[in-house]
Ligand binder design. Structure first.
Ligand code: M1P
Length: 256
């Protein structure tokens, strides 16, 4: 039985969206056209986002008109759902440190920082490891790079496979840690406990009895950070090329 708070929606369906590359360009703000499409869609169905980034960053991208992102979406899932809101109320948070323990975490981070120090890539900036609530994010370039530097690194990485090689080493070295390594964006990869991919968010919605759960994402290929939720039997997956493509498919599927 779908919650009474959603009784104003004619369709008992949930539509979830990845953020970067699906609702907005990576790490940039959502466009007015996407905002409008989401407002129209919300009149018909329940909507939510499932982003890999932390809640503050996703809010910056999606709350462009000054509104609060938890009011604009029925479900707000940051860090793959490890931080979760429903109808503006915090549901739960989980912690990477609780899962791993301080000692193992320290061993992992020390190894990563040594590996980055030994990497010979054209430029390096700062913040090579970003500690988040439910995961860590590792960037050989460094997270406080400019947009232009991010794009240059992405092109370089496509040729050189810097991130893929890094991930392979970590997978072998830390095989007994129970971790998943996911290359989702342009300059980094995420590390989180196995099963804490975007399907983690589904545990917050499966009791609701939605007739259908749709998921829209751009990194739906194997190894991409949308792959697991996109291919999960509980969802109907839609693979998009960019935010305009998301609008196009929404118009087709939901006649908005
Ligand atoms: O949402 C996709 C990814 O976006 C960022 O990646 P990058 O900075 O490499 O483009 C990060 O927030 C990453 O955690 C996230 O998975």
């Amino acid at each position: 039985m779908v919650s009474s708070e959603f009784s104003d929606r004619p369709l008992k369906k949930l539509v979830l969206f990845d953020v970067d590359g699906t609702l907005s360009p990576a790490r940039q703000a959502v466009s007015p056209a996407v905002t409008k499409a989401l407002q129209d869609l919300r009149k018909k169905v329940v909507i939510g986002f499932v982003g890999g980034s932390d809640f503050v960053k996703i809010s910056e991208q999606l709350s462009v008109s000054g509104s609060n992102v938890v009011d604009d979406f029925d479900y707000a899932f940051a860090e793959n759902g490890l931080t979760a809101y429903k109808s503006g109320k915090l549901l739960a948070t989980q912690s990477f440190i609780k899962f791993l323990g301080e000692e193992r975490y320290k061993t992992l981070v020390n190894f990563i920082l040594h590996y980055v120090a030994d990497l010979d890539i054209p430029i390096k900036r700062g913040t090579f490891v970003e500690f988040r609530n439910g995961m860590i994010n590792v960037s050989p370039l460094g997270r406080n790079a400019t947009i232009a530097e991010r794009n240059e690194f992405e092109a370089y990485d496509k040729k050189q496979g810097i991130r893929a090689a890094f991930v392979k080493v970590l997978q072998e070295k830390f095989a007994d840690y129970g971790l998943t390594f996911s290359i989702g964006g342009k300059i980094s990869f995420d590390i989180f406990p196995q099963g804490w991919d975007k399907t983690y968010a589904l545990r917050h919605v499966e009791q609701e009895g939605f007739e259908e759960i749709h998921f829209f994402g751009d990194k739906t290929y194997k190894g991409g950070n949308d792959y697991e939720i996109f291919s999960d039997p509980r969802t109907i997956g839609h693979s998009v090329d960019n935010p305009d493509d998301t609008i196009r498919i929404l118009k087709e599927v939901f006649q908005i």
